[in-house]
Design a protein around this ligand. Structure first.
Ligand code: XMP
Length: 519
């Protein structure tokens, strides 16, 4: 395996992801990892990540001398990135000083003249890389020679062939470093000799083996919505422990048309998951009566979801006569970063509700098989597990469901109107082949009526809006340029087939400043 020692950079998981993309197995460890833990593994290479500290700061993190000894004894190739390179300087006698200018952003890296470093194989004389650092190397560590520089820093790539160590001031792992992937490949495959034979199914097998060990004869519960994350997590758990996994789908009365029935059928029949649907729609819709304020809706739905889930968990335990000690969650890596950054001073835009909100007093240990992965990797894993394409490529659907797409009061009648319209919109996107190109698509029911004419009569009905966005990370998004003929078909079908809507609009706002959902 390739071991990544994490010094706390926001990019550490991206390094792991790039290594996986090279089809090489890797694991992320704390930079303070004990030598005993590392020594158990066959280590093809070690990558030292970046980090927020300065190597000379008091209390800044350092790799233990025992780990350095292991590296030397086994002659393991090491690549230090940003802080990781400064750590090499710290240990092997270079000098690091605060740069005159902090460098954040794109920089052109030049090869040192006549340098034939294998690390830079395939790189042109000058290539763009992403910098994000304050400190810089002012003297190379002993035995290291420079192989790359920028106008602002003399030593941005260094190597020591004898020790098999390399250092980079820039970040090859980010997408703003177009040749970064190739450069990491040079280190991992060409220099370290890792075999590119790892595939996503290995990830699955490893999780299954681990979970069997951890859970033993125990039982696990989990909330499953039918979205790609919870589906993949549920399938993995089912393959690990079969019927000892109890999945619960809470119908909050604000699901899409026939959603509960479809998810139940698909999960049970196609995926073999032991899923039970709890119809709590009346309870939710009664609580939502008269509520129009978006945050209030979110709080009611989030809180009630927790209550229902807890009650069901207790029932399952009583039915089985056994304690359920574990809770499965389909948390992804971006959710982990978001929830961490949410602890910072940033303003709350919306209180996103998902199972992450379950209270600590539930006394359940969390199992999060997708915690290391990004959305597109989860989709790849889903395909590798043989989950059907329709499930794998489904657009995300928010926990509060249609309640935050019905502006104003949520009533049974308005849910029904929106379900019908939304179903037509999605059908037309599927029929026209646009669904897969869109990050998320849905319909919103507005608290506005407009005048229309149908046949010879006047109508005074609801207005709805279609929202389709292009996005990969859901943090920013552009409205999707849907061809007019597809819009035309949607509008004519929705207005003709859905009683209660006489006008359909298309949302042309981007995020920011709009958000994806309307509430
Ligand atoms: P916004 O509207 O904040 O949405 O731009 C970004 C993404 O998050 C989804 N979303 C939610 N997902 N619980 C969820 O699980 C929520 O409460 C929630 N609110 C928004 C939204 O659909 C989009 O994909």
């Amino acid at each position: 395996q390739v071991a990544i020692l994490d010094f706390g950079s926001q990019y550490s998981h991206l390094i792991a992801r790039r290594v996986r993309e090279l089809h090489v197995y890797c694991e992320l460890y704390s930079c303070l990892v004990k030598v005993e833990e590392l020594a158990q593994h066959e280590l093809t290479a070690i990558i030292l990540s970046g980090g927020p500290n300065s190597v000379y700061d008091e209390g800044s993190p350092h790799v233990s001398p025992e780990v350095w000894k292991l590296i030397e004894e086994r002659n393991i190739p090491v690549l230090g990135i940003c802080y990781g390179m400064q750590e090499l300087a710290h240990v092997f006698g270079g000098t690091v000083a605060p740069g005159l200018k902090h460098e954040y952003g794109k920089a052109m890296v030049k090869r040192v003249e006549g340098c034939d470093s294998q690390l830079l194989d395939g790189m042109p004389e000058e290539f763009q890389m992403w910098m994000s650092h304050g400190d810089k190397l002012t003297k190379t560590p002993e035995g290291f020679k420079p192989v790359g520089s920028t106008d602002n820093a003399e030593f941005v790539a260094i190597e020591n062939l004898e020790k098999r160590m390399w250092g980079l001031q820039f970040h090859p792992e980010v997408t703003h470093s177009p040749k970064g992937r190739e450069l990491l490949g040079n280190f991992i495959i060409k220099i370290a000799g890792a075999k590119p034979d790892w595939v996503m199914t290995d990830y699955a097998q490893e999780f299954i083996d681990d979970v069997r060990k951890t859970v033993g004869e125990g039982h696990v519960i989990g909330a499953v919505s039918g979205g790609v994350d919870s589906t993949v997590a549920a399938v993995l758990m089912t393959r690990a422990i079969g019927d000892r996994f109890h999945a619960i789908l809470v119908d909050n009365g604000c699901l899409r048309k026939d959603e509960a029935t479809k998810v139940l059928k698909r999960m049970r029949e196609d995926c073999g998951v032991n899923l039970r649907c709890v119809d709590a729609s009346d309870r939710f819709l009664d609580l939502l009566k008269g509520v129009t304020e978006p945050e209030k809706k979110r709080k009611i739905i989030g809180g009630t979801f927790i209550e229902v889930f807890q009650e069901e968990a207790i029932k399952i335990e009583a039915d089985m006569g056994k304690k359920c000690g574990y809770l499965l969650q389909g948390t992804l890596y971006p959710d982990v970063i978001e929830s961490i950054s949410y602890k910072g001073p940033s303003a709350t835009i919306k209180t996103h509700h998902n199972v992450g909100g379950l209270p600590a007093n539930m006394n359940l240990k969390l199992i999060e098989p997708l915690r290391e992965l990004f959305k597109d990797e989860v989709r790849e894993l889903g395909m590798a597990l043989g989950i059907d394409e329709a499930s794998v490529w489904r657009h995300p659907f928010p926990g509060p469901g249609l309640a935050i797409r019905i502006l104003g009061e949520v009533t049974r009648e308005r849910v029904k109107i929106l379900q019908e319209a939304d179903d037509i919109v999605i059908q037309e996107l599927l029929n026209s082949g646009h669904y897969r190109k869109i990050g998320q698509a849905f319909t919103v029911l507005l608290p506005v009526k407009s005048v229309g004419v149908m046949g010879d009569g006047r109508t005074y009905e609801n207005v709805a809006s279609v929202r389709c966005v292009e996005t990969t990370d859901y943090m920013t998004a552009d409205f999707y340029h849907l061809p007019y003929d597809v819009m035309g078909k949607m509008s004519s079908r929705v207005i003709n087939e859905v009683r209660g809507i006489n006008r359909l609009c298309y949302d042309i706002s981007s995020k920011p400043p709009a958000t994806i959902e309307w509430e």
